[in-house]
Design a protein around this ligand. Structure first.
Ligand code: ARG
Length: 579
């Protein structure tokens, strides 16, 4: 159940019954300060302004028409016309009881399920995945998981860069190495080194360069020999990405790959359509669309090149073709892109042009969810000491190594097997959470110490909170998943924790509306912190706790554990019973 929506609907109904126009919202939100109730409705002020009446009187009028039954303890008017809502403890206890051992934790499947296409990760296959691909991969995956949990139908699209001029030299290089008897897997073991080598041959060896350029043309025209080499290259490069996805606990699989190459045959159709509509025009040998909609301050329209002089198509052209595919074939209701903020102009151009050419109707939402850059400790974009790009695989290995060292020190009692498992989950969880917990649109500084800290808003802190609850269950010698109890909320810490636990659905709603996973992180951190306060104030296993209170508190602890586990799982982070 979504408490916020429930209250919002009720207040809205009361507003209408009180004669307030239907377009005035109830504006319901959790109260920010203690003493102002659990939720606040702020709609009376706006409505009073519109109706030119007294906001406090209007608030009273709303209250006179509001019947919240046993949900509330009391309501009151505060300040200029806020309505404070204090929820009833018995009702909260009953709601908490209902989600105990419900794996959906009160989250109903949406009655308005959408077809949602999510474009994320999308690395260029010419090179190894580097830290620049981390953000898109994990933010996109968190969103996909939450949307599916809400009951939407999600189509993952890994729009990999597997086409274009770079592939000519890579294929020529691969051909040479295969001729020397090398297996493709081995030749491409170090993709980064392979790229450098082929680039060197391209720059230094004229014959090689000629052949590489020839291969670009042959690739586009479907030459069998060249296509075969290209397919081999693509296969091995994708294996590299898939290893990373697996290590990162990301849900992307081979079947989600639909790269730029998939649109090769559509590119000329896109161009023809743009020409027919009079949108694409020749400009210095290239085909260009000038968008007045995105003109600069001087009024110069924004140029989008769809075909280069010489016939080659561009990144924007494949994105337009992809949009047509997603609209016409995938039947998307909403399309989300998780791409670096540096591509904002590109996305803006593509969206504007797609609407203008009627490739995508207004009913389909197009959303570019941009994110900032991951910075090194020096505050500059994360690089190796020599200034090169940092391979993602190396960062992840280091994360697990660092976590292993910490675990060896903190948890000497774990078995060797448990230590390996915990190090993996803590190390990877720490890297992901450090990223997901920051406001997506900002740059952030990558810092090993803070992300691996067991205190503060980190993955290890939350994983530890979960493991700690499991250890309580072990001490109590119970199986919490089949616990029978009657939950009661007697202490204020119990009530505060229970209310927070019941807010998961409304938090998830905010996460998917704005594509902000940090909102879920902040929520889980609140849950863990409120649990610690509860555990301090409300002993569970002490001798003087009567058995009814004990099982009630065990029940609250179990709902907390379920919430932490589900929430972390939606972020793609694993939990363990012991750490
Ligand atoms: N391959 C691109 C890059 O690495 C990202 C592609 C993002 N998706 C898209 N539809 N343009 O920069």
């Amino acid at each position: 159940m979504n408490i916020r929506d429930l209250l919002n609907d009720k207040v809205q109904q009361a507003m209408q019954a009180a004669g307030i126009p239907a377009d005035c919202g109830a504006h319901l939100a959790p109260s920010k300060k203690a003493g102002f109730g659990d939720y606040q409705a702020n709609g009376a002020m706006g409505a009073a302004k519109l109706m030119k009446s007294n906001p406090r009187e209007l608030a009273q009028n709303i209250l006179d028409h509001l019947d919240l039954g046993d949900i509330v303890e009391k309501t009151e008017i505060a300040g200029p016309g806020f309505i404070n809502i204090h929820l009833n403890e018995a009702w909260l206890a009953q709601q908490t009881q209902q989600v105990l051992n419900d794996e959906r934790l009160g989250q109903q499947k949406t009655s308005s399920a959408q077809n949602i296409v999510v474009d994320y990760s999308s690395p260029n296959l010419a090179k190894e995945m580097h830290v620049g691909h981390l953000r898109s991969t994990i933010i996109g995956d968190a969103l996909v998981r939450v949307l599916e949990f809400q009951g939407h139908h999600v189509v993952r699209q890994n729009h990999v860069g597997d086409w274009g001029t770079q592939f000519g030299m890579l294929i020529a290089e691969l051909e040479d190495q295969l001729q020397d008897g090398e297996a493709a897997e081995f030749a491409l073991k170090d993709l980064e080194g392979f790229y450098q080598l082929s680039k060197k041959h391209f720059d230094d060896d004229e014959d090689f360069a000629v052949r590489a350029r020839e291969y670009v043309v042959k690739l586009q025209s479907g030459d069998e020999h060249v296509l075969k080499l290209w397919a081999q290259f693509k296969k091995v490069s994708l294996q590299h990405s898939e290893e990373i996805y697996q290590q990162l606990n990301v849900t992307l699989k081979g079947e989600h790959v639909r790269g730029e190459s998939a649109y090769n045959d559509d590119l000329s159709k896109v161009l023809a359509e743009l020409q027919t509509q009079g949108l694409a025009k020749e400009d210095q040998g290239a085909q260009v669309v000038f968008l007045e909609e995105l003109a600069d301050k001087e009024g110069n329209p924004s140029p989008v090149i769809v075909q280069k002089k010489g016939g080659g198509f561009l990144y924007a052209t494949s994105d337009l073709a992809a949009l047509r595919y997603r609209t016409n074939f995938l039947k998307a209701d909403r399309i989300l892109y998780f791409i670096d903020a540096r591509q904002s102009l590109h996305m803006n151009q593509v969206f504007t042009l797609a609407r203008k050419a009627n490739f995508v109707p207004d009913s389909i939402a197009l959303e570019h969810h941009a994110f900032g850059t991951m910075m090194g400790p020096d505050g500059k974009p994360f690089k190796t000491r020599s200034g090169g790009t940092v391979k993602l695989a190396e960062v992840l290995d280091e994360a697990v190594e660092r976590a292993a060292a910490l675990i060896a020190e903190k948890d000497p009692d774990l078995t060797e097997e448990e230590k390996v498992d915990v190090a993996q989950k803590v190390g990877i969880g720490a890297v992901k959470y450090a990223d997901l917990s920051k406001t997506r649109t900002n740059d952030y500084i990558f810092n090993w110490e803070s992300m691996l800290s067991f205190e503060g808003n980190t993955a290890p802190y939350l994983q530890y909170a979960y493991a700690r609850i499991q250890s309580i269950f072990r001490k109590a010698e119970i199986d919490a998943t089949t616990l029978e109890c009657s939950i009661q909320l007697k202490q204020e810490q119990e009530k505060a924790l229970a209310l927070k636990l019941l807010q998961l659905p409304e938090v998830l709603e905010q996460v998917t509306r704005e594509a902000y996973p940090h909102v879920l992180c902040a929520y889980l951190y609140d849950v863990a912190s409120l649990f610690m306060k509860f555990y301090e104030a409300c002993p569970i296993l002490k001798d003087d706790v009567d058995s009814e209170t004990r099982t009630s508190r065990l029940g609250i602890a179990q709902v907390t554990a379920q919430t932490l586990k589900t929430g972390l799982d939606l972020l793609g982070i694993e939990t363990m019973n012991k750490m």
